[in-house]
Design a protein around this ligand. Structure first.
Ligand SMILES: C[S@@+](CC[C@H](N)C(=O)[O-])C[C@H]1O[C@@H](n2cnc3c(N)ncnc32)[C@H](O)[C@@H]1O
Length: 689
C-alpha cells in the first residue's frame, strides 16, 4: 500500500474514532446535566411539633431511643429511665410523660416506617414554611441544578468554604483539582447559585492565599467589579500553619460580593472595648467623645481646606463661634470681635504648631455646639471634642478581622470535638463565630435563608441556629454535602445544635434548651448512579463497541426507557419506582422519591402533603404554590386500571374535594378529571431543561 492510501486509511479510522468519542461525550454531558432524582426524604423535628397521639409509638421505637441516648445522653437526665429492662431484656421504661417534659428531643423520621411518616407530615398546614432547614446529601452541582427552580431569587446569603486546593485541604470530590479545573468547578457552581440569590443577596466565599487571586477574578467576572463589597482578612490560625519552607500562614480571607447594587453589608456588633468606652446621653443614645480637630489625611490641613481653619472661643467647658467673615482674597476668616475676658481663643493647631482644620464647617458646627465639650489636658492644652453617636445597629465591618473567636482550632475543631467527642470526625471546620459574623455581614435578617453548598460539618447551619437562638429569629438554611460525614458529622451536629446550646465531652451541658425546630434531609442521585442505571433495550447494544456506527442512535433512543431518564411506563406505580444505587460499596435496587423530585422540577412550595386511601388504593396529594398560583399534584397507583377504575378515581377526587381552589392540577398517568394535566410528559421534559 502506498503512503497516500495509508494516510487515507489512518484518516478514515481517526474520523470514526473522533465521531465515536464525541457521541459518547455528548451522551455523558446529557447524563451530567439531567436533573437528578430525589432518592429519599426524611424530617427531623423537635417533639413540641409532634402531636401527642404519636408519643406511645415513639417510646416503643428502639432505634429512636438509642439515638437519643447516644446523641443527647438522655439516660443521664434520669438514671431510672431505661431501668429495669423489661422481660425480653429491652430497655423500655421511658414514658410518654418523659417526652412531654423534654420537648426539645428531636425525632428523626428515618427511624420510623413510611406509614408513620405519612401520618405525621399530614399534620402540617404549611410544611415548607414550617421547615427551618434543608440538608442535601449529594454532589453540589447536581443539587444546585435540582433546587434552582424552587429557590430562584429567594436566598439572601450564600456562604461557601470550598476545599482550598492545597495539601492541607484537597478537594474531596475528585482529588487533585488543580488551578484551571478548580476554577471551572467553582465557576459552574457559583453561576447556578447566583440565580438563587435575591436582588439584594450577598455571596461570601472563604478562601486562602493559594486561590484568592483566582477566585477574586472569577467573582469579579461573575458578579461585576462594581458589586464587590469587600474582602476581610481573617486571623483564623493565630499560631500559624507550620510548613517545611516559607512563612506560617495565620490568615485567610472572606470575600463578599453583592448580586446587584442594592446589596448592603450588615453591621457587626461593637467590640467590648468600644462599648466600655461608650457613654449614654439623656435620650439613652450611646456615644463616644471624638476630637474635633482633624486627625490626618490630605484634607486635614489648613492649606487644603482653609474654610475649616477658624477660631473658637472657649469658656470653661463651653464653646462658641465668634462673629467673623470670610475674606475671599486672603482665603481666611477675619475676626469681627475679640474674646471676652474669661474666654480663650482656640485654633485647630497641633502642639508642634502644624495648622490643621476642624472636622466641621462653621455652619454645621453652629448646629452641633450643644454636642461639644472643651477640656484642658495635663499639658495645659485646650482640646475640643464632639459627641459621636454609635449606630445602634453596630459598626460597618472593617477589612481586618482579628477577634480571638475566629480561631478555627479553638472555635472550630475543639468546639466540634466538645459536641461530637471525636477530634478526627471532621478536619478543618470553621470557627462558628466567624461564620456567624459572615452571615451578619451578609445581612441575613431574621426571616432570610442562607445556602452553603460545601457544607462540611455544618457550621453554617449551626451559625444560623445560633443567631436565631439569640434574637428569636426564623433564619433558614440549605446545606449541601457529598461526603460520608453527612451522616456521621453534619446531621448529628445539627440535631445537637438544636437540642442544646453548650456541649462538653459529647454531652449537653444542660438539657434545658427550648428551641423549636424542624429540618428536612434528602439524598439525591449521583452522576455515577445515573450511569449505572442506563439500560439497553437491545441486548447486543450492551457492548457498544460492536455497533459503533449506530452509536448515536443507540445512545439516544435505545436507552430512552432507562430508569435514570424516567421511564414513563413505570409511572403507573410511582411509589415503587426503583433505581440501582451504590451504597456502602454495594449496588442495590431502591425505591426513590418521584413526587419530591417532581416538586423540585416544578418549583413547588409545599403547603400540605396528605396520604389518603380509597379502600386499598393509596393516594399521595401535595398542595402548594408556584409563584402566585396554587397547584395540586396527585399521585396514585394505576397498574391494570380500566375505564371503571378511572371513573372511581374521579369520584374519589371529587368527594374528597382534592382539586378545590387549585389553579393547576397535575395527575400521574391517565385520568378523566377535567382540566387536570398529566404529570408524565412534563416530568420528562423538565428533567432535561
Ligand atoms: C472546607 S470543607 C467546608 C467546611 C465547613 N465550612 C465547616 O465549617 O465545616 C469543604 C467541604 O466541601 C465538600 N465538598 C467538596 N466537593 C464537593 C462537591 N462537589 N459537592 C458537595 N460537597 C463537596 C467536602 O466534602 C467538604 O466537606
Amino acid at each position: 500500500m502506498g503512503w497516500i492510501e495509508s494516510a487515507k486509511l489512518v484518516h478514515s479510522i481517526a474520523t470514526k474514532i473522533i465521531d465515536f468519542l464525541s457521541h459518547i461525550q455528548e451522551f455523558q454531558k446529557r447524563l451530567w446535566l439531567k436533573k437528578k432524582f430525589v432518592l429519599s426524604t426524611d424530617y427531623c423535628l423537635t417533639l413540641d411539633r409532634v402531636p401527642e397521639e404519636f408519643y406511645p409509638e415513639i417510646i416503643a421505637n428502639t432505634p429512636q431511643l438509642e439515638e437519643w441516648k447516644d446523641l443527647f445522653a438522655i439516660h443521664e437526665i434520669d438514671a431510672n429511665l431505661f431501668n429495669p429492662p423489661d422481660k425480653e431484656g429491652r430497655e423500655v421504661a421511658i414514658s410518654v410523660d418523659f417526652l412531654k417534659e423534654n420537648p426539645n428531643l428531636i425525632l428523626d423520621t428515618g427511624n420510623f416506617d413510611f406509614e408513620f411518616k405519612d401520618r405525621l407530615l399530614a399534620h402540617f398546614d404549611d410544611l415548607d414554611n414550617e421547615t427551618d432547614g434543608l440538608l442535601i446529601h449529594g454532589e453540589n452541582f447536581q443539587a444546585l441544578n435540582l433546587l434552582a427552580e424552587k429557590y430562584q431569587e429567594s436566598i439572601k446569603a450564600i456562604y461557601i468554604d470550598p476545599p482550598y486546593n492545597t495539601d492541607a485541604s484537597a478537594i474531596l470530590y475528585k482529588n487533585n483539582y488543580k488551578d484551571s479545573s478548580w476554577m471551572s468547578l467553582m465557576a459552574d457552581r457559583i453561576s447556578v447559585s447566583q440565580g438563587m440569590l435575591t436582588e439584594n443577596g450577598i455571596f461570601c466565599a472563604a478562601i486562602d492565599d493559594v486561590e484568592a487571586a483566582n477566585l477574586r477574578q472569577l467573582l469579579q467576572k461573575l458578579f461585576g467589579k462594581e458589586n464587590e463589597l469587600g474582602t476581610a482578612t481573617v486571623c483564623s490560625n493565630p499560631a500559624g500553619r507550620q510548613r517545611p519552607t516559607g512563612f506560617a500562614p495565620a490568615h485567610e480571607y472572606a470575600m463578599f460580593f453583592g448580586l446587584t447594587g442594592s446589596a448592603k453589608v450588615g453591621r457587626l456588633e461593637r467590640t467590648k472595648e468600644q462599648l466600655e468606652n461608650a457613654k449614654i446621653d439623656e435620650q439613652d443614645r450611646l456615644f463616644t467623645w471624638k476630637g474635633l480637630r482633624s486627625g490626618g489625611g490630605p484634607n486635614a490641613f489648613r492649606t487644603a481646606r482653609p474654610r475649616l481653619f477658624y477660631p473658637l472661643f472657649v469658656k470653661d467647658e463651653r464653646i462658641r463661634i465668634p462673629r467673623m467673615e470670610w475674606n475671599n482674597q486672603s482665603r481666611q476668616w477675619n475676626l469681627l470681635e475679640s474674646p471676652g475676658l474669661d474666654e480663650t481663643k482656640v485654633l485647630p493647631v497641633k502642639p508642634d504648631g502644624e495648622e490643621m482644620t476642624w472636622g466641621y464647617g462653621v455652619e454645621t458646627l453652629s448646629e452641633k455646639l450643644s454636642e461639644t465639650i472643651a477640656r484642658t489636658d495635663r499639658h495645659g492644652n485646650i482640646r475640643i471634642a464632639i459627641k459621636r453617636y454609635l449606630n445602634e445597629e453596630g459598626m460597618l465591618p472593617k477589612t481586618w478581622w482579628g477577634k480571638t473567636e475566629y480561631s478555627s482550632t479553638q472555635y472550630g475543631t475543639i468546639f466540634l470535638t466538645n459536641m461530637l467527642g471525636d477530634s478526627l470526625a471532621f478536619m478543618f471546620p470553621k470557627s462558628i463565630h466567624l461564620v456567624e459574623d459572615c452571615l451578619t455581614v451578609s445581612s441575613l435578617d431574621k426571616n432570610d435563608t442562607v445556602l452553603d453548598y460545601f457544607g462540611g460539618s455544618g457550621t453554617t447551619a449551626h451559625a444560623a441556629i445560633n443567631l436565631n437562638r439569640e434574637d428569636e429569629g426564623n433564619r433558614k438554611y440549605i446545606i449541601v454535602e457529598v461526603g460520608h460525614h453527612f451522616d456521621t458529622v453534619l446531621k448529628p451536629r445539627i440535631k445537637k445544635a438544636v437540642y442544646a446550646e453548650k456541649w462538653k465531652d459529647a454531652k449537653p451541658v444542660s438539657h434545658e434548651s427550648r428551641l423549636s425546630h424542624m429540618f428536612k434531609y434528602q439524598r439525591i442521585e449521583s452522576y455515577e448512579d445515573a450511569l449505572n442505571n442506563i439500560e439497553f433495550n437491545e441486548p447486543e447494544h450492551q457492548n457498544l463497541l460492536m455497533d459503533e456506527h449506530q452509536l448515536n442512535y443507540i445512545l439516544e433512543s435505545d436507552t430512552k426507557e432507562s430508569p435514570t431518564f424516567l421511564n414513563i411506563s413505570e409511572l403507573k406505580n410511582p411509589f415503587s419506582y426503583q433505581l440501582k444505587i451504590v451504597k456502602d460499596m454495594q449496588t442495590q435496587k431502591q425505591d426513590i422519591d418521584l413526587p419530591e423530585t417532581f416538586n423540585y422540577l416544578l418549583g413547588l412550595s409545599v403547603q400540605t402533603r396528605q396520604c389518603l386511601k380509597d379502600d386499598d388504593r393509596p393516594y399521595l396529594v401535595y398542595k402548594g404554590t408556584v409563584g402566585q398560583k396554587t397547584f395540586v399534584i396527585i399521585w396514585r397507583k394505576t397498574v391494570g386500571w380500566e375505564q371503571q377504575d378511572f371513573e372511581r378515581d374521579y369520584s374519589f377526587i371529587q368527594e374528597n374535594k382534592l382539586t378545590d381552589d387549585a389553579n393547576e392540577v397535575y395527575i400521574n398517568t391517565d385520568s378523566i378529571v377535567p382540566d387536570a394535566k398529566p404529570i408524565d410528559p412534563l416530568f420528562k421534559k423538565l428533567m432535561f431543561e
